[in-house]
Design a binder for this molecule. Sequence first.
Ligand code: ZN
Length: 390
Amino acid sequence: MKKNWLYILYILLLLGNILPAKGHTCITDKDFVLVIDAGHGGHDPGAIGRISKEKNINLNVALKLGKLVEENCPDVKVIYTRQRDVFIPLDRRAQIANDAKADLFISIHTNSLAQNRTVKGASTWTLGLAKSQANLEVAQRENAVILYENDYKTRYAGFNPNSAESYIIFEFMQDKYMEQSVHLASLVQKQFRHTCKRHDRGVHQAGFLVLKASAMPSILIELGFISTPEEERYLNSQDGINTLALGIYQAFCTYKQEQKARRGDANSGNRSSFSPQKAPNAVPASAQPKEEGKKTVNGRPVFKIQICTSAELLKSNDYRLKGLKGVEHYQEGGLYKYTYGASEDYNAIVRLRRDVIGKFKDAFIIAFRNGQKTDVNQAIRDFKKNNSSN
Ligand SMILES: [Zn+2]
């Protein structure tokens, strides 16, 4: 009797130890979750070429990429939004990534141009406001897939993929994963150039719904032009599929290694420690110094307000700067970061921030020392100390 009871206790303890762990196995035993999204599928063919459909090219490269990662990166869990020719709504693709708490989302597409059948090359896109009509058209074409969904008006809150006005939502958006996304995009383009010998059409930004809905660094790749016969043949060849997948795979490896190194450096589990809009840069509520009208001296931190970031250099009259005069910029992580105001008086910058927050709701204070960006919290502490000791 007693022996039975002990046996049951032993089983219960065992279950208690094992079951919760087992329940999480598919997420926690992998360091990194990669979602690979083959664009289009099912009754949505994507762009149509002379001998092929975009949906199949995307799937071939997606599966090959996933295979390379699965075979060579045991610490990475690969999740596909689709592994066969089925229709997946656009928001569902992002939801799959969000539900999996993915570290990275790579969407694979193939470009097409109706008139020009000679244009060639690969491009990689991140979320942002399109700089040109041509860039906007790429996003419009990809977003138009939601028209295949009956209830797209409700599901996408009235978003009309074909109306330029709908894209205003991308103007006031702050993407905290922008820096990582742009960095990965440039790594992919570098691989396309060197490993794949493709014509480099660069890294661009535009308002892709699928990227907007995914809460992690994310990129959308346009492998090439299905509308250009020479490229279409390449995109459908085994060599083309293998080489393009290899290029993306190598870029992914570099990205992941760099991120691991950064996480190691930071000695923390913060996946986004080098994201520009993260808390370390924000002004903590507890760091409000007392009001004091002290004269400033050289060698002390200079406070500025960061208002926005962009992958491309903006002209001073660019509408995204919303008419602010005297906007400056610095470069960090492959991005241009725009600042407003400059003062050694932290309080003056706090007041100035109140003036611009209506236009730039995510504006935050940063600090420079001897022209180099420095830890803002330390700078605030220095400011308070200098003010109280005089
Ligand atoms: Zn597409």
